[in-house]
Design a protein around this ligand. Structure first.
Ligand code: RIB
Ligand code: CA
Length: 312
């Protein structure tokens, strides 16, 4: 059954691979549009990068909408130290020529949820949740029309990657995350707990590089750049491919395991701002509001990625 999805994203090399996986899988996901948000790099760059990736995929007709350029209340925090100044460092990209739509990303999310049948559109946030929260605040009637939100963000056992307590996507806009996690929309969360098990080891990246055509090679070059930060910081065998887990879940949910638990967002203390307080052990009576994914079949994940990217 093909799912209608909106990808909300701050590309970012790992966002790029998630977008490629989605655009390579039309029998599984129908990408109604891509909305960009400020996160890894400022909005102008995340929007430009989304265009670069859609052109790389050979899908220049994809509808791209620029969204919010800063978090709801906090100053924007970016991550050029991980993704490079352009946010898509690695390959030498030519300037994109495909258009950006005139409509604001938030209005596209609202209009799409109002026009599509209730319960038929899945939102796939891969960056800070600013666009989603703004849409929910501006148009509360759309909340019940969302089929599911499958997002990359948060951490429990892995704790933080941008502060000792918080993962980047949630940390950048904790107020937005709080709105989304309290919304009542069915949530599937891909935290660092699972994405840190999706490491692009050398054999896996060599498999991307060996693919025929330009896309596999570009993925390998993006990963060569993206992995240096995490390998040095964690001493890991490769970069964690965070965001593609969201799209892979839509295609092969059986590759993932998790628990339906209560997850709340810290929005008061600066020390733990943006922490996803996950009741993994069920020590409270707080009602479950999220399927929090803890593990995946990493070989199955990379086999899927490689097979689908080979199509582009
Ligand atoms: O913490 C990892 C997340 O932050 C990923 O989505 C990455 O692209 C960055 O946005
Ligand atoms: Ca991202």
């Amino acid at each position: 059954m093909t799912r209608k999805i909106i990808i909300d994203t701050d590309p970012g090399q790992d966002d790029a691979v998630a977008i490629l996986l989605a655009l390579a899988s039309p029998e599984d996901v129908d990408v109604l549009g891509i909305t960009s948000v400020a996160g890894n790099v400022p909005l102008a760059l995340t929007t430009k990068n989304a265009r670069i990736i859609c052109e790389l995929a050979g899908k220049p007709d994809t509808k791209i909408f620029a969204g919010c350029d800063r978090p709801l209340r906090r100053d924007l925090v970016t991550a050029e130290y991980v993704h490079g100044k352009t946010g898509l460092d690695g390959p030498d990209w030519s300037e994109p020529t495909m258009p950006v739509q005139d409509q604001h990303g938030v209005d596209f999310i609202i209009d799409t949820l109002r026009s599509e049948a209730p319960g038929t559109v899945t939102l796939c946030p891969l960056g800070p949740l600013t666009n989603i929260a703004t849409a929910f605040e501006r148009a509360p009637d759309i909340v019940d029309r969302v089929q599911e939100i499958v997002l990359m963000g948060g951490a429990y056992f892995e704790v933080g990657n941008v502060t000792p307590a918080a993962e980047f996507n949630i940390y950048v806009d904790p107020q937005a995350a709080d709105i989304v996690f309290r919304s009542g929309v069915p949530l599937v969360v891909m935290p660092l707990d699972v994405t840190h098990k999706a490491l692009v080891t050398k054999p896996r990246n060599d498999a991307f590089r060996a693919l025929p055509g330009a896309v596999g090679h570009a993925v390998a070059e993006m990963t060569d750049f993206f992995e240096r930060f995490d390998k040095e910081k964690y001493g890991s065998e490769g970069a964690p491919l965070h965001d593609p887990t969201v799209i892979a879940y839509l295609i092969r949910p059986d590759l993932f395991t998790g628990r339906n638990i209560n997850v709340q967002i810290e929005t008061q203390s600066e020390l733990t701002m943006g922490m996803t307080v996950a009741d993994w052990w069920g020590v409270t009576d707080h009602p479950p509001n999220a399927t929090f994914i803890g593990d995946l079949d990493a070989d199955g994940f990379f086999d899927l990625l490689t097979e689908r990217i080979a199509r582009l």
